[in-house]
Design a protein around this ligand. Structure first.
Ligand code: FEO
Ligand code: CA
Ligand code: CA
Length: 667
């Protein structure tokens, strides 16, 4: 089968819920909450919080006839035909399914741009999965591509046909990656395999170009191509830089660290740098946290609680008993300049330390930079940072340190649909020595505990927090939270045992788009959709009334906003609901508001990450992460050999580029 196998082959239409069992997802530790702060402000019944806008968004006739979307069964099917004519999206929604390859909407082409093991830097050896080495992997595309950001070349242009593609490598899937089963346990894996894993993490920058025929490719040997990995030297800046809690035997300054891990989502900043998150960094550390001075802080973050990697056996810094402060140097947002392949990445401690899913910066109308970020764990929080300085539109480099000084805030969602942004500032409120905070460094290192004390609202796994620059509304995506109990529900997290996730709108005061005030400490909020099957009322799903049995989604995760202000919603975990992960698109306002349509679906076992557009929305980049990651699926007997489908080739995480046949904007 070709990597560009198109629409409609071998779809499995049956409900496969019972047959689909994912083995391991990167967010496994997202399912082990560590927040015992008891913050459950304003618990109320779910229905009170549901927006009138759910029901007013559709055409008048639909709105009038379907007050509760989930209760109409056959009527919903009938609406599918009507749905095709509502809103601005013109593609025909794909059917649900679950099989060994990807699918894209009719009229579009999807092709593989780069796969795990493909050459990145000049001189990279050919990929041989049976003879992997760290030396080779350092020059090749890493594993489990996640965030993707496109930024045009040259900087400052809006060139849609040439640019840098910046891609995170979040983690590795050992069973699918290595042929030797002995290397698949952290307790027995060899140093060689550990070092391959460290080389397969981090980030890739590639120069990409579209030819006259519309075909995208990687510019081989471009001097812009780059790998960042666990051995890359990274600076630490902001209020925690140089603090004693960040000093180690290898770094007496507390301002330098080797590498970055579990880089999940991210963004391109308005000044053309990359923000990459450090998410589940806790799983890379081992040892008894009780033997460190950081036991309380490490417990709140789950450090060394669920050890997923054998790195500590060969690299002492990952053993908290040997290097007790090293874990304090992870869990930050990392920024670097992709336009300079020699630039030193920087961990920006003013953005706080937690399990950053990603971060997204914008320039507010006041000139201050506002950066939104989610902490992806059950019952953790949504944050925003407001810079002290103002953006300099004339001198790019003047903005490189703008994320070092400012105020981090955490969100409290009130049931009257207002949202308070609570400043996380040393000396204010409970953030004093009485609670063992002695500086702003302490507050940033333990941002979660500070947020607990401030009374932030525990959320259902905050993933991407992404502003819609067209409307000015900020989308906060909650993937799921099956651990939320009935008495823990509230307006903004209205479902107990929330399997399917939901999307929240955070609405700054002001007019539309750039007229909104993102620096304000008081927003309002709304619910955009609640995932799940709308034909099963017990699930409590909510969408546009015309969303039917074949259109719904589950576990929204990363999102992208296109130039028309539409939301592209990638999912992580939909197979648990019997359907493949993929990307759904929806209008955010007007007649088609929350009318989700399936645009692309992944091969079995995969999640869909990093959706990103080029500068005129004529190319859509999708990261297919962990294809074949299912129970019993291994390097030798994988459940799919996507995308190569060669007998000796394991499945390979890959970036795809999707274009419209004949060209033009997607959607
Ligand atoms: Fe790495 Fe929260 O997804
Ligand atoms: Ca994500
Ligand atoms: Ca994710």
């Amino acid at each position: 089968m070709s990597p560009t196998a198109g629409h409609g082959s071998n779809r499995v239409f049956s409900d496969m819920t019972d047959q689909i069992e994912t083995r391991y997802v990167e967010g496994a530790s997202d399912d082990v909450p560590t927040n015992d702060s008891g913050n459950t402000p304003f618990a109320v019944v779910a229905e009170r919080a549901l927006s009138r806008r759910f029901f007013l968004g559709g055409s008048a006739a639909l709105a009038a006839s379907t007050a509760l979307v989930g209760s109409v069964g056959a009527a919903v099917f009938a609406k599918n035909a009507e749905a095709a004519s509502i809103g601005t999206l013109t593609f025909e929604s794909l059917p649900h399914g679950y099989d060994d390859t990807h699918h894209v909407a009719k009229g579009y082409d999807a092709s593989v741009l780069i796969r795990w093991g493909d050459a990145v830097v000049k001189g990279a050896p050919a990929f041989d999965p049976k003879k992997q080495s760290a030396a080779a992997q350092l020059q090749q595309f890493g594993y489990n591509n996640d965030f993707i950001g496109f930024t045009p070349l040259p900087f400052g242009s809006a060139n849609p046909a040439r640019g840098l593609l910046c891609i995170n490598h979040e983690y590795v899937d050992r069973e699918l990656m290595f042929p030797d089963a002995a290397d698949r346990s952290p307790k027995t894996q060899s140093k060689e395999m550990v070092d391959v894993e460290m080389a397969a993490h981090g980030h890739t920058v590639i120069e990409i170009v579209r030819d006259a025929a519309g075909k995208w490719s990687v510019v081989a040997d471009s001097p812009m191509n780059r790998r960042i990995h666990v051995g890359t030297e990274i600076a630490i800046s902001g209020p925690a830089a140089g603090h004693d809690r960040l000093k180690t035997s290898a770094d007496a300054t507390g301002k330098k660290v080797l590498g970055t891990v579990n880089n999940c989502a991210g963004s391109i900043t308005p000044w053309g740098t990359v923000l990459m998150a450090e998410e589940n960094f806790n799983n890379y550390f081992a040892g008894d946290i009780g033997k460190t001075r950081e036991a309380r802080a490490y417990k709140r973050l789950g450090v060394a609680g669920d050890v997923g990697y054998g790195w500590y056996r060969f690299h002492d810094r990952f053993d908290v008993e040997k290097e007790p402060n090293e874990a304090n140097r992870f869990g930050w947002m990392v920024e670097f300049d992709p336009y300079d392949p020699t630039s030193v990445p920087v961990k920006r401690t003013a953005l706080g330390r937690f399990k950053h899913e990603g971060a997204h910066a914008l320039v507010d109308k006041s000139g201050h930079v506002v950066c939104y970020s989610g902490d992806d764990q059950q019952f953790d929080y949504v944050y925003k940072f407001v810079s002290k300085g103002k953006f300099d539109p004339k001198k790019r480099e003047a903005n490189f340190g703008i994320l070092d000084e400012g105020t981090l805030h955490v969100a409290r969602f009130n049931d009257d649909k207002t949202l308070d942004w609570l400043p996380i500032v040393f000396g204010e409120g409970p953030l004093t020595p009485a609670n063992d905070f002695h500086s702003q460094a302490d507050v940033m290192i333990e941002a979660r505990r500070a947020a607990d004390l401030l009374g932030a609202t525990p959320m259902d796994r905050p993933e991407d927090i992404e502003p819609n620059l067209v409307t000015g509304v900020v989308y906060a995506v909650m993937t799921n939270n099956t651990k939320r109990k009935k008495d823990q529900t509230n307006g903004v997290n209205p479902r107990a045992a929330n399997q399917h996730g939901h999307i929240v709108e955070m609405i700054p005061p002001g007019g539309r788009g750039a007229d909104k005030d993102h620096t304000a400490t008081k927003f309002t909020w709304d619910l955009f959709l609640l995932g799940g099957d709308p034909t099963k009322p017990e699930q409590g799903a909510k969408y546009h009334p015309a969303v039917g049995a074949g259109d719904w989604l589950s576990c929204p995760d990363n999102v992208a906003v296109d130039g028309k202000g539409r939301l592209w919603i990638a999912t992580d975990g939909a197979p648990k609901a019997g359907i493949a992960d993929g990307v759904w698109a929806a209008d955010t306002e007007g007649d088609g508001r929350a009318l989700v349509k399936l645009f692309f679906s992944t091969p079995r076992g995969a999640e869909l990450c990093g959706p990103s557009f080029n500068s005129d929305d004529s190319a859509y980049f999708a990261a297919i992460q962990h294809p074949g990651d299912e129970k019993g699926s291994t390097f030798d007997t994988p459940s799919t050999r996507w995308p190569d489908f060669e007998p000796d080739m394991p499945p390979r995480p890959s970036v795809m580029v999707i274009t419209k046949q004949g060209g033009g904007a997607i959607g």
